[in-house]
Every structure is written in C-alpha cells, then in structure tokens.
Design a protein around this ligand. Structure first.
Ligand code: NAP
Ligand code: HSE
Length: 428
C-alpha cells in the first residue's frame, strides 16, 4: 500500500501534536483511510533548536520550497502561523496540486476566499477545522451537520486567554491588569497580548464562522470589535448582582440575509449555558431556524486538542483522494453579503452611569430614553456614602443600536451625569 506523504510546515506546539497523533494513532488512521500516513518533511525556523519530540533530523528543513516543490508530497499541513509568507507558500502548493490542512485563523480570516478559490480551481482540498476553537469540531459541524438548516445566530467564547482572565476577575474579584500578568506568567497569554485582549483573535474566528454559517463572504472589516481591557471590577460586580457574567462574546446574527457580526464584552444571563464556560475553555452556541438552540464545548487550544482537529482534516483529505472528489467541499459562500446598519441591529443593553445624587436626576435620564423610544427593563441605584454621587445601572429592553448611540451622546452633554462608566450588550 502506498503511503500518503505529508509535508509539515512548523514543529511548534501544534506541529508537535500533529506528529504525535499521526505516529501514535497510525493503525487506526490506516484502517480509516486505507493508507499508511507518513510525515516525510518538516519545515522549521531553526534546525538546531532543542525539541520535546524526537524526529529524524533528516526530515527537518529550513527551506519551505523543499516541501512545496517536492512531487512526492500529497498533503501540506500548515502550522507555522503568519500571513504574508504563509499565503505565498499555500497558494504555490495549491498550484502544484497539493491539498492543504491549516490551523491558521489569521490567514483564513484575511485571505480565505482567495485560497479557497485557488483550491477549487486546482481540484484541491483546503480544510481548516483547527483555526476556530482548536479541539472543538465546529467547522465541520457548521458545514455538514447544519447543512439542511438555516442558522440565525452564532455566539461564541472563542478566545481562551480572555475567558481565563474574565473568569479569574469574576471568581476572585481580581483587577484586569493583575490577572493578565498572572496569565502571562502561566503561559496562557502571550507576551504581547493585544490580539487576544483587544478581541482581534476572536474577530478573526467569528469571520470564519459567520462566513460558513451564513453562506456569505464576511470579512474582518465587517466585524465590530471591542476587547476586554476596559472592563472594571465594578462592572463585573454589578453584573453579578443583577444575575449576569461578563464574557467576551463573538455574536453573529442573520435576519433574512441581513448579517451583523461583533466581538464585545457582553453581560450573559447566569441561566444561559455560555455564562458558565470558565477558564481557557471555548464554547459555541448555534441557533438554527429548524433545530433550535445547540451548544458545543471544549478546549480551544493546546497541542493535542488542536492536533486532533488537524489530523481529522487530514483523514478527510485522504478519504476524498480515495473517492477522487477533492476540491468539492467547504466552498459555501454563495449568498450576497448584506451587512446590517446600526438602525437594523438591536439588543438589550447594560448601562452604568455615575450621576449626581439629587432630586429629578433619574427623571431626566429616563426622559432621554423615552425620547429615543428605548424601553427600560430595570433600573438600580447605588448611593455612595462618601460623596454626592450615585451609580445607576440600567438594563434596557431590546433597543436599536442607533438609538442607544443617540441616548449616550445626549448623556455626554448632561451636567448631572458625571460619567458613562460602561455600556455592554446583554444576552440570555
Ligand atoms: P509555534 O509553537 O510558535 O510554532 C511555530 C512553528 O513554525 C515552529 O516550529 C517554528 O520553527 C515554525 N516557523 C514559524 N515561522 C517560520 C518560518 N518563517 N519559517 C520556517 N518555520 C517557521 O506556533 P503554534 O502555537 O504551534 O501555532 C501554529 C499555528 O496554529 C498558528 O497559526 C496558530 O494560530 C494556530 N493555532 C494554534 C493553537 C495552539 O493551541 N497553539 C490552537 C489553534 C490554532 P522553530 O520551531 O524552529 O521556531
Ligand atoms: N490565543 C488563542 C486563545 C489561542 O487564547 O484562544 C487559540 O487560537
């Protein structure tokens, strides 16, 4: 039996896991695909680096073209990361008729349509299960499991680092910067955490999920993004008092083909299953028109969880090879993209104001809401013993985003409002 020959770009955290799974599960993989699978060449940056896996040194190379141009290699697994150079490698590999498996959400969110179009032109597979929520098989679930349904909402905790930080802030009452430092010391957060804490990593993942779920090419610039760096202990405390947990949620909605996608800190009702997803775990909630509500939970990163998704993609490529049907899947963006305006997006909101504590203030505030036709669900006032200032927490009913923006603009000019401390979307 001829083996399927794999070229691996990268032997870091995920690449190491891929080698371990391919070697450790060889017998099962062979039974499931009908072929032995062999990693024949591995690209690294530094061949003399000490590694926590033993590989034949003859397999290592620092020259990507030795893999891309090797006619013996059937499939390339890309786990090196980065965008510009990686895109060039993968497009060249597709030109040579090689199938691709990648974990690279940055690349797929930014250049997915171009790469998938090239793959279709060359009858090649490009699979990227591990690019969203590492070990949770969410992409195949969306593309295959939900294929007969219409998805109306996807909400995800798709970044483990921020979920770890928010969990610690909630459970221990810790401050954002203290927990971030701890997460960095433990190796959960990167030395430069910007992409995670500012919501960019989650936005890239939501771009991929919204594109697949709604069948339209959603791009990163369509996603409204807010990170967690401004969340205070106070926000979390008041949220809890009212029965909410603050989570960094990716929220993608589709109403009759009109789409909105955001990543933002959100007050999630404690009764909603997303509110209890803690630590570095990920979860994706999908609401289908026919199926109703579903949720998928698991590890969003890590060596072996991520590698299982990659090797599952590899199995799919090999099965397609056997059937001669490579290049026929995952091209699902066949609908015109219509992105909602602020006038079309609506949600409940949590608004925390610092106000003067005197007669008539609440009336002035509620008048502004009434003027812009925003209905209120609840209002809670906290007096402050040390100064003539009070904290008012308002939860609105579903309200048009444009109206909320007008309300907040008017609040900015009111003398009795000292600060608009925070504004969060509310879900659940
Ligand atoms: P990593 O540990 O930093 O490993 C990167 C590997 O690629 C290293 O082996 C490095 O070589 C090699 N490499 C990087 N740039 C290179 C270049 N220009 N030329 C040659 N080799 C190069 O990264 P990772 O955590 O495994 O992540 C890999 C990819 O998977 C990324 O796209 C990431 O977003 C994605 N991903 C990761 C996780 C996770 O849990 N880590 C989860 C889901 C998705 P050296 O070893 O010689 O330095
Ligand atoms: N930085 C990402 C996270 C890793 O924290 O979830 C997986 O993409």
């Amino acid at each position: 039996m001829n083996p399927i020959k794999v070229g691996l770009l990268g032997l870091g955290t995920v690449g190491t896991g891929v080698v371990r799974i391919i070697e450790g599960h060889q017998e099962d993989l062979q039974r499931q695909t009908g072929s032995p699978i062999e990693v024949v060449k591995i690209l690294v940056q530094n061949m003399s680096k000490l590694r926590n896996i033993s590989v034949d040194p003859a397999k290592l190379t620092e020259n990507a073209w030795e893999i891309i141009e090797n006619p013996e290699i059937d499939v390339i697994i890309e786990v090196m990361g980065g965008v510009t150079g990686t895109k060039e490698y993968l497009l060249s590999a597709l030109d040579k008729g090689k199938h691709i498996v990648t974990a690279n959400k940055d690349l797929m969110a930014l250049h997915g349509p171009e790469i998938l179009a090239k793959a279709a032109e060359k009858d090649c597979d490009v699979f990227y299960e591990a690019s969203v929520a590492g070990g949770i098989p969410i992409i195949r679930t969306l593309v295959e499991g939900f294929t007969s349904d219409r998805i109306i909402k996807i909400m995800g905790i798709v970044n483990g680092t921020t979920n770890y930080i928010l969990t610690k802030m909630s459970q221990e009452g810790a401050a954002y910067l203290d927990v971030l430092k701890e997460a960095q010391d433990l190796g959960y957060a990167e030395a430069d955490p910007t992409s995670d804490v500012e919501g960019i990593d989650a936005a890239r993942k939501m771009t991929i999920l919204a594109t697949l779920g709604f069948h339209a090419n959603v791009s990163l610039s369509d996603v409204s993004v807010k990170g967690i760096s401004k969340i205070s202990k106070e926000d979390i405390l008041y949220g809890k008092k009212l029965g909410y947990e603050v989570k960094l949620l990716g929220i993608a909605e589709n109403h009759n083909g009109h789409i909105s996608v955001s990543v933002e800190p959100t007050m999630v009702k404690s009764s909603h299953p997303l509110s209890s997803v803690s630590g570095v775990f990920n979860a994706i909630y999908i609401h289908g028109e026919a199926v109703g509500e579903t949720m998928f939970y698991g590890p969003g990163a890590g060596e072996l969880p991520t590698a299982t998704s990659i090797v599952a993609d590899l199995v799919a490529v090999v099965r397609n090879l056997k059937l001669g049907v490579n290049g026929r899947t995952m091209l699902t963006a066949y609908k015109e993209k219509k992105i909602k305006t602020d006038e079309q997006i609506s949600s409940k909101n949590f608004i925390l104001l610092h106000v003067e504590d005197k007669a008539g203030v609440l009336a002035q505030i509620t008048q502004v809401f009434a003027h812009y036709e925003v209905s209120l669900e609840s209002v809670l006032q906290h007096p402050n013993a040390n100064n003539p200032k009070a904290e008012i927490i308002i939860i609105t009913h579903d309200a048009i985003q444009a109206s909320i923006k007008k309300v907040l603009m008017e609040f900015e000019s009111m003398d009795v409002i000292h600060a608009i401390q925070s504004v969060y979307r509310v879900e659940g």
